[in-house]
Design a protein around this ligand. Structure first.
Ligand SMILES: [Zn+2]
Length: 122
């Protein structure tokens, strides 16, 4: 992990803990006598609701296809550029994606090829 990624993760953790404290405080505001386990049950319900919402949004916004050049799966979120979804960092280039996927360059793939859906799709 780079220093910048470590810093961002540390700051994310602070934000998450603050948010958790805020949510627990809201749960307890309605009933100050809840046990720890009852608070956890409320949190489980909130996680289930948020997960369902995230799944719904992903279904709505994520588009998947197969690359016209290399045939591997590609995806995009909304109007973002198409990327190969084999592995992080989800490369645009077909040859770069072969390295993400296999750990070695597929030299049969043209260096200029980028993730592109079949003709007729934009
Ligand atoms: Zn490709």
């Amino acid at each position: 992990m780079s220093d910048a990624a470590f810093l961002a993760a540390t700051e994310d953790h602070v934000r998450i803990v603050r948010e958790a404290r805020h949510i627990v405080r809201q749960i307890l505001a309605d009933n100050t006598d809840l046990s720890g386990n009852e608070v956890l049950c409320h949190l489980d319900e909130l996680v289930a609701e948020a997960s369902a919402e995230a799944k719904r949004v992903a279904t709505e916004l994520v588009e998947e296809s197969a690359c016209r050049h290399c045939g591997h799966s590609i995806m995009r979120v909304g109007d973002s550029t198409w990327r190969h979804d084999a592995a992080m960092p989800m490369s645009r280039g077909c040859r770069a994606a072969s390295f993400d996927r296999d750990g070695t360059w597929d030299d049969s793939l043209d260096r200029a090829w980028k993730a592109t859906p079949p003709k007729g799709r934009r």
